[in-house]
Write a protein that binds this ligand. Sequence first.
Ligand code: ZN
Length: 161
Amino acid sequence: MFKLPNIIKKALIFVLVLLAIIYSCLYINTHKFDRHNETQLAKLKTINPNAYLIFSRFINDIHTHTPYIVYIQSTLRSYKEQEKLHNDDPFNAKPGTSKHNKGLAIDFNVKYKYCLNGGWLKKADYLQWKQSGIITIAQKYGLFWGGNFKTKKDCVHFEIR
Ligand SMILES: [Zn+2]
């Protein structure tokens, strides 16, 4: 009977174990990602129902067509919350004038999917946002991007006009 040399057997077992590990990592990651998408959409439910439709499609598209993961920071904001933000920094819209007060705006950071540590795009990362592919998707839904504000760029902000 044909016998495989020991070294080949060991190598085969090693490759099989390695493949199993890679497969489980991919499986766990995909499910973790699906759950993350759901938690983000759940956060959206506090805003205006028409806006919900647009923003949920927008977020789904980012998750499907770009290597970025959305982390929502702010959606609907009360008059009081806006007042506090405006008092902290007068560049923030006055209470009642922000689209957040009407549930027509969202703020979110994104994280580059393939980066274990870091890979975040925040308020100030104008060029990276521009090159992320996210702004093109926003345009598709007619969303205004805070990076185009004339007074102070707010790259994490997207609103319905
Ligand atoms: Zn905002």
